[in-house]
Design a protein around this ligand. Sequence first.
Ligand SMILES: [Fe+2]
Ligand SMILES: [Fe+2]
Length: 200
Amino acid sequence: MLDLSSIMEYLDNSISSKRYVHSINVSKTAKKLAELYEADSAKAEIAGLVHDCARDLEKSLQLKYLKEEGIEADELTMNIKELLHGPAAVHICKSVFAIEDEEILSAVRYHTTGKENMSLLEKIIYLSDFIEPERSFPGVEELRSIALKSLDEALLGAFNSSISYILSTNRFVHIDTILARNYVLKEVQEHEKRCRDNSR
Ligand SMILES: [Fe+2]
Ligand SMILES: [Fe+2]
């Protein structure tokens, strides 16, 4: 795998400066959350850094990258550039950064939609992308403070916020986002039940 400074140099030359700052912020936020929730902080730092490496590419190139990786995208993903850059990034991660770690690749691939039954690293990257310090939307401060207490509760808040926004703008909600949200809601509810049972 390329070292972090070489990856940063590549990103600095291939994504906008705004997105570069965002990538550094997501990387730092992911590292902190990984330390807090006992995930692999080195993997979180890398995944956060590279997650948007395909964000500014032409749609045709993103589609080509998916094909080269043998990733079959559904119709909605194929038609929405904002959804394509997650799976397309897998190709750059492998071919340019020489990242082979499946956990990192999966966290990058699913950072736009989420998915059912997410791994700890996938949760951390999705949430870090949502709450990094430059993000500003109603409720982000609350999500940042929840993130310090419960990863799943913060993630649920992030999915709820994201889905509400998509609905309010009358766009399509990806099925993986709904499955991800329902799964994490179940995890939060089961955790609450265990806490109630233990306190009896
Ligand atoms: Fe992204
Ligand atoms: Fe991002």
